[in-house]
Design a protein around this ligand. Structure first.
Ligand SMILES: NC(=O)c1ccc[n+]([C@@H]2O[C@H](COP(=O)([O-])OP(=O)(O)OC[C@H]3O[C@@H](n4cnc5c(N)ncnc54)[C@H](O)[C@@H]3O)[C@@H](O)[C@H]2O)c1
Length: 443
């Protein structure tokens, strides 16, 4: 038996009997639930993160992501199944290393691969024969095969014989009560057959099912298709909202009606724009890569154009409604209700709320916000000039003192009847109020 086959078979055995140690680089919204899932299925997990405060809090059993059950973490720590570290010198310990670091866009809206590159360089420094490396971060087709493999092979070890490499996209949907890491089928594609086989057998131990594709590129592309599909459909329904509004037709009633078709229609809801770490960013990974092949995907660019204009549409609707009440935006007191990018989660990344707040401040409004899940607005890379803000309480007094309340995120914890009862004007971007109300403007 060759040494390569012996390495792969021994790795396979350790995956099968769960004696393998799993390393997860990046303990964020994706990496942390993944680490806990592996721990719960009986693996020992070593989590790596550059953020020392996160590592410290996780090792103390303190969970920092609201929608993840804190007991899961404290149990995993107490049972010594999960440990976090900033010591990247330990990257040679795990049998499998899974990379879950951010893949944002640069200021020029091009892929920012710096987090992936940094992590892979750290892995290269400690890579040992017999390790499996899996990239999970969303990225353009070719990343695993070209970029990651290239850096790892600078170690002198060879992919496919000394170490193994695959891509398996994360499909986490924070706050989704129905599906979690373990119950979402997982796509797996290796840079070669052995990498794919090993990654598949590893994930088969922890997720409900794996979907094997022919290559890492196909797996990378599949993830982008999922997100582009959402981006384009969100743009479509947002555009239709504007069209129907001009015609005096309520988009929400129209969508209710269209959704009764039992086939060939999938509902998307309009909103104040797009948000989160995925939908507004990932599609541009494909546009960027496509340019290398001489093609410009028009749907992606168009979806971007439509969706980024939505906050401005909300501001226009608000200005017109204030105007009807003989009020100017300058000096008006506006409360933004919800700054997380979607309901019932604490993640404000890329939320359209920030664009709306910035425009309101620019127009001279006095802006506050309330979000039951985000007590303090973090500093945002894309909106560096926003002043520090804290969530105001949502009392009758606060509501009565506002010239308008703009619902940006429809968190379940908010009493919307109280909002409409006490606020003079409510701008509803989420279809919270379905029947017409005298002081509600849909936007
Ligand atoms: N959040 C989601 O719902 C979601 C869903 C599907 C896919 N994704 C993708 O998963 C990837 C990770 O996203 P996320 O939301 O978990 O990001 P995140 O910002 O929540 O977490 C990333 C973590 O990586 C850490 N980190 C940064 N550089 C590091 C390094 N060199 N080594 C180790 N750790 C490092 C950060 O400190 C942070 O804790 C992205 O590619 C994203 O597009 C995210």
């Amino acid at each position: 038996m060759t040494e390569t086959r012996a390495n792969a078979e021994s790795l396979q055995r350790r995956f099968n009997d769960q004696s393998a140690a799993i390393g997860i680089a990046g303990l964020g919204y994706v990496g942390l639930p993944l680490a806990l899932t592996f721990a719960e299925k009986g693996f020992r997990v070593l989590g790596f993160d550059i953020d020392g405060s996160k590592v410290e809090s996780l090792n103390a059993g303190r969970n920092y992501i609201q929608h993840i059950d804190g007991n899961r973490l404290s149990t995993a720590v107490a049972e010594k199944r999960f440990e976090a570290t900033t010591d990247f010198g330990r990257l040679n310990e795990p049998d499998a290393l899974i990379i879950c670091v951010p893949t944002p866009l640069t200021a020029q809206r091009e892929p920012d691969m710096s987090y992936v590159v940094n992590t892979v360089q750290l892995i290269r420094a400690r890579l040992r024969p017999g390790q499996l490396v899996v990239l999970e971060s969303t990225t353009y087709p070719g990343t695993t095969d070209e970029l990651v493999r290239g850096i790892l092979e600078e170690s002198g070890l060879k992919c496919g014989s000394d170490f193994y490499l695959a891509f398996s996209p994360e499909r986490e949907d924070p706050g989704n009560g129905k599906y979690n890491t373990a119950t979402i089928p997982k796509i797996v594609g290796g840079v070669d057959e052995t990498g794919g086989d090993l990654a598949q057998s590893l994930y088969d131990k922890v997720v409900v099912s794996t979907v094997r594709v022919a290559s890492a590129r196909e797996a990378e592309a599949a993830k982008l298709v999922e997100n582009i599909f959402r981006a384009v459909n969100i743009a479509l329904v947002n555009e239709l909202k504007i069209v129907f509004d001009r015609m005096g037709i309520d988009i929400w009633n129209v969508l209710d009606a269209a959704s009764t078709k039992p086939f060939g229609f999938m509902r998307f809801n309009p909103g104040p724009g797009w948000g989160g770490h995925c939908i507004p960013l990932d599609p541009f990974y494909l546009s960027w890569k496509a340019r290398e092949y001489g093609v410009t995907p028009k749907f992606i660019e168009l979806a971007g154009e439509v969706n980024v204009q939505m906050p401005e549409y909300v501001i226009t609707k608000l200005s017109l409604a204030l105007n009807d009440r003989r009020k100017a935006m300058r000096g008006s007191r506006i409360l933004v209700l919800g700054i997380a990018y979607k309901k019932d989660i604490d993640d404000p990344r890329e939320s359209p709320a920030f664009e709306i707040i910035e425009s309101l401040l620019h127009l001279g409004a006095e802006v506050t916000y309330h979000d039951p899940h985000v007590p303090k607005a973090p500093r945002m890379r894309s909106w560096p000039d926003l002043p520090p803000m804290k969530s105001s309480p949502l009392t009758e007094e606060v509501l009565r003192s506002q010239d308008a309340v703009v619902i940006v995120t429809d968190h379940s914890a908010v009493d919307y009847e109280a909002v409409v009862r006490h606020a003079g004007l409510v701008v509803d971007t989420r279809g919270v109020y379905r029947a017409p109300r005298p002081n509600v403007v849909k936007a």
